[in-house]
Design a protein around this ligand. Structure first.
Ligand SMILES: [Zn+2]
Ligand SMILES: [Zn+2]
Length: 158
């Protein structure tokens, strides 16, 4: 979390980024048959906390495996646009041997992606853009951790 906070502070210099606790209890989003967590239900829990904490945006980070109905899994989900998003680290771990730098780069990319949605960006068809929709880790590893020039233009500069 500290490494992610440092990276996001670099990427969004006008944002004040704080870690807020306590850790969320997401059990009501747990699906025991799938042994996964319904990410949209977690977004609803995060929305309650946005109001309670009076923050502009809240990015949840979880090690739980997330899904939405109709998909086997998702790396994350966001309101589009909206104040909440969630990123799962569950599938971002390198399988063979734990490689911290690779893991960290993936978490940053998925976080920047979900923040882009919170700010109103849709998916981008350029596979090197962070707003490309990752369906697997190859997609995530191929894309950069930044918005392409068109997405950046649409954001009107974050
Ligand atoms: Zn997306
Ligand atoms: Zn783009």
């Amino acid at each position: 979390l500290n490494a992610l906070k440092t990276k996001l502070t670099e990427k969004y210099p006008t944002f004040e980024i704080n870690e807020i606790g306590p850790p969320l209890d997401a059990e009501e989003a747990h699906d025991s048959l799938r042994n996964q967590y319904h990410s949209t239900r977690i977004l609803a829990i995060l929305e309650q906390r946005v109001r309670a904490k009076a923050v502009d945006m809240l990015l949840g980070i979880t090690s739980h495996d997330l899904y939405v109905p109709g998909m086997n899994f998702v790396f994350g989900e966001s309101r589009l646009p909206g104040p909440v998003a969630i990123v799962s680290t569950h599938r971002l771990n390198p399988r063979s041997r734990f490689k911290y730098a690779l893991f960290q780069a993936r978490v940053v990319k998925e976080a920047v992606h979900e923040i882009g949605h919170m700010l109103g960006l849709m998916h981008c068809e350029k596979d090197e853009c962070v707003m490309y929709f990752s369906q697997n880790l190859d997609d995530t590893d191929r894309k950069r951790s930044d918005y392409c020039s068109e997405c950046r233009y649409r954001l009107g500069r974050v």
